[in-house]
Each structure stands twice: as structure tokens, then as C-alpha cells.
Design a protein around this ligand. Sequence first.
Ligand SMILES: [Zn+2]
Length: 229
Amino acid sequence: MELYVRLWYNISVEKINKPTVIEVIFVIKKLKYGNTNTFFIRETGDGLLIDTDFAGTLPAFYKAIKEHDIKIGDISYVLATHYHPDHMGLVSELMKQGIKLLLIDTQKPHIHFADEIFTRDKRLDYESINTDNSIIISSKNSREFLANMGIAGEIVSTPSHSEDSISLILNNGTCFVGDLEPIEYLEAYIQNVKLKKDWQLVMSYNPKIIYYAHANEKILYKKNELMYE
Ligand SMILES: [Zn+2]
């Protein structure tokens, strides 16, 4: 019997070979095979991939999942934090492998944002995403949808970086915010009302750790320590 134990301060996952469950199962793996931090998570059911790198990185992606002991069949859904090219380039390829696209309704008008960029490079042979095969939900319904996947959490709209940007906030305090400007920079952008609003929303969930798509993760030891009024 194979069990997983979560380690908070580095996100590696340790396999143990004991016959009894000693902690809630939660798997989180950071997959970096290009410019973007992408993540695979699984709690008690379906596996979810958060973001992909650019189109053309499929071989590197396969290598990365193999290194992390993840099989394509372990990934039920892919969710892009937004549709900038360095976050969704493999979505159409992964959908061909049977991975379902989880699309938030606010993202739908932006899903082809990168098509022109990718099709300009003929070597990529880029196929755009067919939304017919995606599952479209609203932020409001996300908690219920995720619960059916065995993931306790919510997807919220955090549109300061781009209109379609979302953040995934888990009940265990883990947050994935994509390209949301790191919280340390908030004071430098004090005029940025949208950014402030996004962070107020994220912080209202009392997160423990924030995973960014480019910056290193931020561990928040104390609740509300970085709350901005
Ligand atoms: Zn972006």
C-alpha cells in the first residue's frame, strides 16, 4: 500500500510503506520544465494540473512528470491560471491525451489569446484549444466541482494581471495565484486598486503558502500577518 505524506516546507512528497493512514493525503508537485512553475495536485480523488508551459514543451513536460512519478492517466483535469502563452501552451495537446480542460467562465473569451503567437511559429504546428471539449464552470460553482474531484477548495477571479486570471485556494491554506504580482510588491503599486483588491480577496482565506508561476513560493507563518486593509 502506497501512502503520501505532505511536507509543508518543501513540496516534495515522501512515500511511506506503512499499512495505516497517518495523515490526510495531499500530493503537490512543482513541475518546472521551462519558464513557468506548474503544479500537479491531488487530494483524495482526481489529479489536477495547474498551468502548462509554452507550446513546444511537451517532451520536457513528459520528462518532468516521469521524474515526479506522475502518469498521464493520473491527471484528470488541467486548469490554466490565465491564457497567456506561457501558461497554457500544452492544453490542446493534453486534451488529446484525454485530460479534461477545466475552464472558468471568465476565461472563455480569452482562450485563444495566444493562438496568433503560436501559429506564427510553423515549427510548433500549434492546434488551438477546442472549447467544445472543455468543462466550463463559474467561480461560484467551483467549490462544489472541486469537491467532486476530491479537492477541498475554491477558484476565485483575481483579474489584476489579466481579466481571465484566477487563483486556486485550497482549504488547507495552499494557494496558486499564477501571475498575480507578488504580495511584497503591493506597496510599490499602491495606486493599483485592482491588485490590492485581489490580495484582499486571497488573504481573506488566511492562506499558509502562496505559489507563484514565476516567483518563489511565499510561506505565511502567521494568519493575517500580511493582511492589507
Ligand atoms: Zn501572464
